[in-house]
Design a protein around this ligand. Structure first.
Ligand code: O2Y
Ligand code: MN
Length: 647
């Protein structure tokens, strides 16, 4: 059995160099020298994976990532020397990275799931309709895509071997991965976002299974890299997933979800396929612990499309006296039934990769308080006093500082026409730094989930909160989720877009089969003597006749969570409506709100609106899942329509 030992070489200063080093000793893989770490640290399975990837990518050297802070610091220094990052001198051990402006976000159109048959990966849409629930690639095209991009793509570069764990290393709910990458930025970010290094390698001896992830920032076919500090190949970017072999292959982008393979690629796309096979749920959900004034603690999991304040809810500052909210996770939940049929969740991640713009002392003081140390910012603006800036921070900086935008140009508040920070700019920070991190956030057994919440940004017609009548009704509500897009997103103007379960870009398999899997969870829980959590839908964003928000939001949202947990306790504080259960008049606690709330408007269920909503959902299913819609979901829609017609 390979033993984990101290690296036998001093950390190599990892500057890319044109001449291939020749290895004279045995610390090499496929003739390529291992310049950090030792080949004996790798199990035979990992070594074989590295060897085949080395043969394909032809890096000059291999670095087995040990996960130490010293290693991360040397890589950060290397990145600084290359001009990829610069220090944020105002803060402690913080950095700003600037990317090539052509590589700034996940690219959904270039993200594919590879299966033998198309319908395993995505639903077949109605003829003449463009499917919006993912992209399929055949095994032959998958191979061809790799062959067209990867041969020799790491020449002159270092291949980093990152052993990492999604979830606490000792948790039975966790899974391991190996990411091979030629990006030191990815290594430093994975150091924050995952548990990684030698502790994981120790667990991967004995040929244990792992999720394979091969990543290269790529080199354009012309051989010309546009920005030396941020090599990438946007024209040929592709992100591939092969659930049958638990493989991820990503080329051309160094940014976030495209390159930190543990996050969306593993924890959601591949994760959802493993969860389907093994009978659990891998979801795009935050996990929040709520302690009420009596000291009773409950956990909720919640799914929101982007631009709905998911991170803000994960880090909520409650306004109701006596309440305490603690964060387990802000983006992804892996949820499994325990032996008693109780759903338990872990956050598979180790850090937060939050959207910076809109985050401020007003909207999310808890996030602002943690980004002052050990944080890598990407594509934010910088200030002349050595700090950072993004839209929303106007009151958080001193008025006399000068601002340089994310592209390196001088920027003037109220004058410049372009945003200071890229709308998808990010902070990447260790979760353990948070003062509101839940004490149980690393519990190996996960935390018990009492309620599942779906939400969306719905200016019209959708009440502040409603409860599903049953598990199947709740699954239907998740499948019918819609949300207003912001103009900043890739879509033009404001539209109400379907985003089922907030998973539209992250399904690893056919959405119809995914709904079916969710439906089976009820019986699985019952067989174990338990039951699935109640399901709710919330909408903080309903507007009145003059376009004003009807609900104050932010910290006041704890009032809605209070009602949800009263319902979880079985309190009779609801009124039945055709769409589900809403708070009985006066059941929601409005005491101490700064301005009165128009409860009637906030909870009204306009018949005309809901008839149109039903029509839209029916059309969506007919267009996008005409063959794979579970009959239980079709029935829920019919029942909803009937109840609304009878209003
Ligand atoms: O644009 C990216 O690459 C990041 S995407 C992302 C990052 C953190 C949390 N959620 C998301 C998302 O797209 O849902
Ligand atoms: Mn997300």
């Amino acid at each position: 059995m390979p033993q984990v030992s101290e690296p036998n070489t001093k950390l190599h200063p990892i500057n890319d160099c044109p001449t291939k080093l020749r290895s004279s000793d045995s610390n090499q893989i496929g003739g390529t020298p291992v310049v950090h770490g030792n080949v004996t640290q790798l199990s035979a399975k990992i070594r074989a994976y590295v060897e085949e990837s080395v043969a394909l990518c032809q890096p000059d050297r291999i670095h087995i990532v040990d996960g130490s802070h010293e290693e991360s610091d040397i890589l950060l220094h290397t990145l600084e020397t290359r001009g990829t990052i610069k220090p944020v001198t105002h803060f402690e051990h913080c950095w700003i990275a600037h990317t090539d402006p052509a590589d700034v976000a996940r690219v959904e159109s270039r993200t594919f799931i590879c299966t033998e048959r198309r319908e395993q990966a995505i639903p077949t849409p109605r003829e003449g309709v463009r499917g919006t629930l993912g992209n399929w690639i055949s095994p032959a095209d998958y191979e061809a895509a790799i062959k067209a991009r990867f041969p020799g793509c790491m020449k002159g570069r270092t291949m980093y071997v990152i052993p990492y764990s999604m979830g606490p290393i000792k948790s039975p709910l966790s899974k391991f991965g190996i990411e091979l990458t030629d990006s030191a930025y990815v290594v430093c970010s994975m150091h924050i976002m995952t548990r990684m290094g030698l502790n994981v390698l120790e667990k991967l001896t004995d040929n244990s299974d792992f999720i394979k992830g091969l990543h290269s920032v790529g080199t354009p076919a012309s051989g010309k890299i546009a920005m030396a500090f941020w090599p990438c190949d946007p024209e040929r970017t592709i992100i591939l997933h092969k659930p049958a072999t638990n493989e991820i292959v990503s080329y051309g982008s160094g940014y976030g979800g495209n390159s930190l393979l543990g996050k969306k690629c593993f924890a959601l796309r591949i994760g959802s396929t493993i969860a389907q096979r093994e009978g659990w749920l891998a979801e795009h959900m935050l996990i929040l612990g709520i302690t009420n004034p009596k000291g009773v603690k409950k956990y909720i999991a919640a799914a929101f499309p982007s631009a709905c304040g998911k991170t803000n809810l994960a880090m909520l500052n409650p306004t109701l006296p006596g309440y305490k909210m603690e964060c387990v996770g802000d983006d992804i939940a892996w949820m499994k039934l325990d032996s008693k049929g109780q759903l338990r969740a872990i956050n598979p991640e180790n850090g937060f990769f939050g959207v910076a713009p809109g985050t401020s002392s007003e909207t999310n003081p808890n996030a602002m308080n943690i980004v002052h140390k050990n944080t890598i910012f990407t594509n934010v603006a910088s200030t002349s006093d050595g700090g950072v800036f993004w839209e929303g921070m106007e009151h958080d900086i001193s008025p006399d500082v000068e601002i340089t935008d994310w592209m390196g140009k001088p920027w003037k508040m109220g004058v410049s026409k372009t945003p200071a920070a890229h709308p998808n700019s990010r902070f990447c920070v260790p979760a353990r730094q948070s003062a509101i991190i839940d004490p149980a956030w690393e519990d190996n057994d996960g935390v018990p989930i009492s309620a599942i919440i779906f939400g969306g940004r719905r200016p019209d017609g959708v009440p502040l909160v409603y409860e599903a009548n049953s598990w199947a009704h709740g699954v239907f509500i998740g499948s019918a989720m819609r949300s207003e897009t912001t103009a900043a997103a890739e879509h033009k103007g404001k539209q109400i877009m379907h985003d089922p379960f907030a998973m539209r870009p992250f399904f690893g398999y056919n959405f119809g089969h995914y709904m079916k899997h969710w439906l089976t969870m009820e019986e699985r829980a019952a067989k174990l003597g338990g039951h699935m959590p109640k399901i709710f839908h919330i909408n903080w964003f309903r507007k009145g006749d003059n376009g004003e928000y009807l609900w104050p939001g932010f910290g006041e949202n704890c009032r809605v969570l209070e009602w949800i947990l009263q319902r979880v306790d079985g309190q009779d504080c609801y009124e039945q409506t055709p769409i589900g259960r809403i708070p009985a008049p006066g059941a929601l606690n409005y005491e101490g709100l700064h301005a009165p709330v128009n409860e009637k408007k906030l909870f009204s269920i306009p018949k005309d609106f809901w008839l149109l909503e039903v029509e839209d959902i029916r059309q969506y299913y007919a267009d996008q899942v005409p063959h794979d819609l579970p009959p239980e979901i079709a029935k829920e829609l019919d029942d909803l329509q009937r109840r609304i017609e009878q209003m």
